[in-house]
Design a protein around this ligand. Structure first.
Ligand SMILES: Cc1cc2nc3c(=O)[nH]c(=O)nc-3n(C[C@H](O)[C@H](O)[C@H](O)COP(=O)(O)OP(=O)(O)OC[C@H]3O[C@@H](n4cnc5c(N)ncnc54)[C@H](O)[C@@H]3O)c2cc1C
Length: 319
């Protein structure tokens, strides 16, 4: 699929992009529907990338042109500006959704493409009789996004299961990191700027399928009881400060249920902001600012966003 508006965009670039097999280019593509919180303006260029070969060519072309780009996984940890995203938003699809399971001697692992949905991978593991990934059940991200965020829950995180990360530099050259080379911290992987994750090798272990499935079901129930459902959101808005919880602090500041525009701090969980329908990214950002200011004023704790602000922000710092 290909769409362009020659009046407002550089037709030469669009033609070059069109000539690369494995790319689908959309111009001025609205992004709200690609995010879990359902807000966000358009990307100048939104590009579905089907294969590693197409990705390498795309990155090389963007680098030659000095064109900015960023990655979008499942959009479950981003807040995209109402003013949209300058340059190219890369969305991995096709080959990047593939997962291959391996077993050799006493070792078992899965090599999962960056666009593979985490929850699908967890369920595949349960069906095939592999344990180790259950903690990630219910994290609505892609493998690439989860790796970048060092996503975790219930006492574990990606860091604990990652064996090798396959990636590309921002110029499109292949790059590989083994476990020792990764510098994971809480909800961060500190990958060099511009790195695009393409595949991840995750360690698993043999375990009875019924036991893995039972653990997965337990965690589904636990998650349902603690997180707001029904309204679109981006998960936890703030990282937990050392020895405390962002949600507890926001609640103690009396902000549960606080609303700006159509965005609301969830009455169920202080670290979730929900879109009541028709919220703008600016509503959400202002609510985040309010929560930070109140928590700082009342408890002297500075909350740092977990959610990534992407795009053109008039008054806040984007990534
Ligand atoms: C209801 C709900 C529950 C959640 N629960 C949890 C939880 O329990 N634990 C937890 O840790 N998180 C949780 N999250 C947050 C989110 O799901 C995770 O952070 C997830 O891993 C993000 O993955 P994504 O594919 O959606 O990434 P996105 O939101 O699309 O992107 C996140 C960041 O990763 C970058 N990125 C994405 N793909 C790539 C790639 N291939 N290469 C390089 N950079 C890339 C993006 O540019 C962005 O900076 C939750 C979110 C929601 C909405």
């Amino acid at each position: 699929m290909f769409a362009m508006n020659p009046n407002s965009h550089e037709t030469g670039l669009v033609q070059e992009l069109q000539s690369i097999s494995g790319l689908r280019v959309k111009v001025s593509e609205p992004l709200a529907r690609y995010t879990s919180i359902k807000v966000g303006g358009p990307a100048d260029y939104f590009i579905d990338v089907e294969s590693e070969n197409a990705l390498a060519q795309l990155l090389s072309l963007l680098s030659l042109r000095g064109m900015p780009f960023c990655l979008l996984g499942n959009g479950s940890n981003v807040l995209i500006s109402d003013l949209g995203v300058e340059g190219v938003l890369i969305h991995l699809v096709g080959d990047f959704k593939h997962a291959e399971w391996h077993e050799q001697a006493n070792e078992s692992w899965v090599e999962a493409g960056a666009a593979q949905a985490v929850t699908q991978l967890v369920r595949q593991a349960a069906r095939r009789g592999y344990g180790g990934l259950e903690f990630a059940e219910g994290i609505p991200g892609s493998v690439g996004g989860a790796l970048v965020m060092n996503a975790g829950a219930y006492g574990s995180e990606f860091e604990k299961v990652v064996d090798t990360v396959y990636a590309m530099t921002q110029q499109g050259s292949p790059l590989q990191f083994n476990r020792e080379q990764m510098r994971f911290t809480y909800r961060d992987s500190h990958l060099p700027s511009g790195t695009v994750v393409t595949r991840v090798r995750l360690s698993v272990h043999r375990q009875e399928s019924s036991k893995v499935s039972m653990k997965v079901r337990e965690l589904v129930t636990k998650r349902k009881s603690s997180q707001p459902s029904g309204y679109p959101n981006s998960g936890s808005m703030f990282r937990n400060p050392p020895d405390d919880y962002a949600g507890r602090l926001v609640e103690a500041a009396g902000l549960k249920g606080k609303q700006i525009g159509r965005a609301q701090i969830s009455p169920k969980h202080g670290n979730f902001i929900v879109n009541l329908g028709g919220a703008s990214a600016e509503d959400v950002r202002r609510l985040m600012e309010l929560a930070r200011a109140e928590v700082n004023a009342q408890f002297g704790v500075v909350l740092n966003p977990e959610v990534k602000l992407i795009g053109r922000w008039p008054s806040a710092k984007a990534e």
